[in-house]
Design a protein. Structure first.
Length: 286
């Protein structure tokens, strides 16, 4: 247990502060209060209609963002404009070519960015699956893994392919996976390299476990999610208590009970667009 906790908080040392409560984000600091503020700024800024009215009207169009309609995902780097690689593109439509260029700098062939889509927070991850899938899994090159899934009690739910065979749009389109960005623990907003630690470093280990980096990390209580491990999972609609199964990315560690649901995407003239066919999957938070 001690080992686990020490790893969970194995954060990059702050370069200019002795504040032990601060977490390092690149070369700057963000403490827990600021992070929560960031999360709720995101929420109040773009979740104006919250989950009860997931609709196109909730979308905030980027000022001068150019291109991309209501289905386009937009970068969201508020407060991190100087740290995140997509900071200069804050509120502009996400482009596949941006992710490809960023992934080329990665030893694992991955890149990711936080964003907003259809009024909700998202994280988009690019994995150079087409190139890496033919190489040995032990070489640290990330690729998608299609896996069996279990609910929060450990009960077998089904295989990712069971859902994706019925709707092929759930398979990663153009090496991209977009997920609904609310943690299944207490609904904070996980991020891609939002903090620097062993879970978010540029390394990859197969199996959907907690080894290696390349995880989406929730700073609130350190839950981790593997965007390369795709599974079937189950959760509960918080409003009416109904259960639903979904295609998602695997929870690899931390207090979150299950993984994060996928939002299927298409790429339209380089713009990444989400498909609003599975909004029931995003109902586990208020
Ligand atoms: S809300 Fe994400 S770990 Fe608690």
């Amino acid at each position: 247990m001690v080992i686990i906790m020490s790893r969970e908080y194995d954060l990059k040392p702050a370069p200019s502060s002795e504040n032990s409560s601060a977490k390092s984000v690149g070369d700057s600091l963000i403490n827990r209060r600021q992070f929560i503020s960031y999360g709720f700024n995101t929420a109040t800024g773009v979740l104006a209609a919250s989950l009860g009215v997931l609709g196109f009207a909730a979308l905030i169009l980027p000022p001068g963002g150019g291109g991309g309609g209501d289905l386009a995902a937009k970068y969201w780097a508020k407060g991190r404009e100087d740290e995140a690689w997509y900071g200069p593109m804050h509120e502009q439509p996400m482009k596949k070519s941006d992710f490809v260029a960023e992934a080329a700098k990665s030893s694992t062939g991955t890149s990711g960015a936080s964003g907003v889509w259809n009024g909700v927070p998202i994280v988009v991850t690019y994995v150079d699956h087409a190139k890496n899938a033919g190489s040995p899994v032990t070489n640290g090159k990330a690729r998608f893994q299609f896996m069996e899934g279990y609910d929060g009690t450990g009960k077998y739910v089904g295989h990712f392919d069971d859902l994706a065979d019925a709707d092929s749009r759930l398979f990663p389109s153009e090496n991209l996976v977009m997920i609904f960005g609310r943690c299944t623990h207490l609904c904070c907003i996980p991020g891609w390299q939002l903090v620097s630690n062993s879970f978010t470093e540029d390394s990859w280990t197969p199996g959907g476990g907690d080894d290696g980096g390349t995880k989406l990390f929730c700073i609130c209580h350190s839950s981790r999610f593997d965007p390369t491990a795709l599974e079937m999972n189950a959760n509960t609609n918080r409003s009416n208590g109904s259960n639903f199964k979904y295609a998602g990315i695997r929870r690899s560690g931390g207090p979150a009970p299950v993984g994060l649901p996928i939002i299927p995407v298409v790429v339209n003239s380089d713009i990444i667009e989400g498909l609003p066919d599975y909004v029931d999957w995003y109902t586990y938070c208020d």
